[in-house]
Design a protein around this ligand. Structure first.
Ligand code: ADP
Length: 624
């Protein structure tokens, strides 16, 4: 039981620290003011929880049977909002102790940070701290607290302050246990007299407060009340998971998948994570940013927490809730706490396991996942080595042999031909130019399958990743292909001998003089079957992956001179070599062969020149 309740009004001074805090809250903060409601509701919720705890051992409390709830009443005429709870209440000592001094470490930390940072970014930091009750002075000229303790012997207490130097207390009028906080709103805070604003703030910050919150006389409950992620996964119905997802993301489709975690070690945490139905357009449009919603002890700490998953998993939406999150540290310190690092580790591995399972057990769903989110997996491969094994296993590819469906690298490895020791791939603009690339002719001939990489991000992946399990990932344009020997082949083929060595050498020289600076060198190759020529990179020039990446980034970049390889057994080459003396068409054909080789690499030629040249060639051909 407290001191004798004053019959007359008593005036008390706030402690210096409190005055300092109030001064900042009242004079320096104009944004993030919404959080005052979160703070008051959180206090109300705590007060009810404490009463519930008291009730475990003590039935002799005031109003033991009233419903635990929080009510908010708006009075537009008087410009007040009243937040009422049926919690434990405060007696005179409590009120003087709790609302006259700063015991709360959040407020202290805030003060420290505020004095260090200068006024400019205060509004950024306030959301991070539980500044508690005092934050209500951001929106109020005056606050009244009328509280009645659970202890039947205590009188109700009425506390009033304008947030200046002093507060007053007197005996109050209140029939039931609990606390009313009456905010007399500032002139510029009248937005909070609108129902929709209050509703909006509660939805945003306090939706999962474990007691019902009612707004105004019609006693309509606003918050969802139960934190579905805190329930045992086997007790939550699939519709509830879906409803929660819909509310949370504003995406009214079925989520592609979800995972519900309840973990005790090494850290206590709950998590409810969703893979959205599509990567676009809902992913970033309705929620302002990406990141998980983080709760600690049922209070929302941060709406878009980016430190809980690696960046490439940013398409994951959901909630994490942990008792072990330190509440009162700055944003920078928060990121590097042990708790956050532990949660990140757990979540990353759970998400990747989940996807691996989906891949193994529901290939259709995984197919949709890959179609929507494959990009993110590739981004993970391009950006970090940390998850290579898992991500490569999740990767799906198309190949020249199986162009219509996705397969995994394991599928590819399983269907490798005898003696094949490498995984071969081609980088191209699109499937069609990949399949028709002259570089693949030798592979077709040897019956070796080739992965077709056509995404802009693929070169970035391949710049970093060059092995899967024990197999090198090898570009088809690479010099050391080490293709498996084809059993039936009789070496050497005698076709080549049909071309006269001297004629061939003469032709090579003619190619070089005609194309001059445009190519580095011209030489023969055995790796072509159907095409007369192809272009390959010369030693020392940047890898095709890097060239592609540069082009994609539109960096200032001169394509290095390339080598033109010609297929001596091709009829065109044979005929060209056979031409004696001056021939007007030979030069044109060489020009055209070069352009064809460029076309096969996805480089668009000048179409006017091309048409002229082809017309001339046709003209000569028809004359004969
Ligand atoms: P915090 O809640 O973070 O401790 P506050 O400044 O918000 O800091 O509140 C200080 C204290 O005042 C609380 O710890 C609590 O003991 C008391 N208090 C505030 N609001 C209520 C309430 N509605 N019912 C009972 N006690 C309250």
């Amino acid at each position: 039981m407290s001191n004798e309740t004053p019959t007359l009004t008593e005036t008390h001074h706030f402690k210096a620290e409190t005055r300092q805090l109030l001064n900042i809250l009242i004079h320096s903060l104009y944004t993030e003011r919404d959080i005052f409601l979160r703070e008051l509701i959180s206090n109300a919720s705590d007060a009810i929880s404490r009463l519930n705890f008291e009730l475990l051992t003590n039935k002799d409390v005031l109003d033991p049977d009233i419903e635990p709830k929080i009510s908010i009443k708006i009075n537009k005429d008087q410009k007040t909002i009243t937040i009422t709870d049926t919690g434990i209440g405060m007696d005179q000592d409590d009120i003087m102790q709790n609302l006259g001094t700063i015991a709360h470490s959040g407020a202290r930390e805030f003060l420290e940070a505020a004095t260090k940072s200068g006024d400019s970014d205060l509004s950024n930091i306030i959301g991070q701290f539980g500044v508690g009750f005092y934050s209500a002075f951001m929106v109020s000229d005056e606050i009244e607290v009328i509280s009645r303790s659970y202890d039947k012997a205590d009188d109700p207490i009425h506390w009033i302050s304008d947030g200046g130097e002093t507060y007053t207390i007197e005996k109050g009028e209140k029939d039931n246990r609990g606390t009313d906080i009456v905010l007399h709103l500032k002139e510029d805070a009248s937005e909070y007299l609108e129902d929709y604003r209050i509703r909006q703030i509660i939805k945003k910050h306090s939706d999962y407060i474990p007691y019902p919150i009612f707004l105004n006389e019609n006693e309509e409950q606003i918050n969802r009340q139960t934190a579905i992620w805190r329930q045992q996964p086997h007790l939550v119905k699939p519709e509830e998971y879906k409803d929660f997802y819909n509310q949370f993301t504003f995406d009214f489709n079925e989520p592609l998948g979800y995972l519900h975690l309840s973990i005790d070690a090494p850290i206590q945490m709950y998590g409810l994570l969703y893979i959205p139905s599509t990567a676009e357009p809902n992913l970033f449009s309705d929620r302002k940013d990406y990141g998980l919603k983080l709760y600690a002890r049922k209070v929302m700490i941060q709406e878009f927490t980016k430190d809980l998953l690696p960046e490439f998993l940013r398409f994951i939406q959901g909630v994490v809730d942990s008792e072990d999150i330190p509440l009162n540290v700055s944003r920078e310190a928060f990121q590097s706490t042990k708790a956050i690092a532990q949660i990140k580790k757990i979540l990353s591995s759970k998400v990747l396991d989940y996807l691996e399972n989906l891949k193994s057990n529901d290939s259709e769903k995984y197919g949709s996942f890959w179609k929507e989110f494959g990009f993110f997996i590739k981004e993970g491969l391009a950006s970090t080595a940390e998850f290579d094994d898992q991500l490569l296993s999740l990767m799906k590819v198309k190949t020249t042999k199986n162009n219509s469906s996705w397969q995994s690298l394991d599928d590819y490895v399983q269907s490798m031909v005898e003696d094949q020791k490498k995984i071969y791939y081609i980088i191209a603009e699109d499937e069609n130019s990949a399949i028709n690339s002259p570089h693949l002719e030798i592979f077709k001939q040897q019956n070796v399958d080739v992965i077709t990489f056509t995404d802009p991000i693929d070169p970035f992946v391949l710049m970093r990743v060059n092995k899967y399990k024990e197999f090198d990932l090898t570009n088809v344009t690479s010099k050391d292909l080490e293709l498996p020997e084809k059993k039936s082949e009789e070496e050497p083929t005698n076709e080549e001998e049909e071309v006269n060595k001297d004629e061939l050498n003469e032709l090579l020289t003619f190619f070089k003089t005609t194309l001059n600076e445009r190519i580095k060198e011209v030489r023969t190759t055995k790796k072509l079957v159907e095409s007369p020529v192809r272009l390959v990179d010369s030693e020392g020039s940047p890898s095709p992956e890097i060239q592609k990446a540069y082009r994609y980034l539109q960096k200032e970049f001169d394509s290095p001179q390339r080598i033109l390889e010609i297929n001596p057994s091709h009829p065109i080459i044979k005929n060209l070599a056979g031409i004696k003396g001056i021939n007007p068409v030979r030069e044109l054909v060489i020009e055209q062969l070069y352009e064809n080789a460029l076309l096969a690499e996805g480089v668009q030629p000048n179409s006017a020149d091309l048409v002229k040249r082809v017309n001339k060639i046709i003209e000569v051909a028809l004359k004969k």
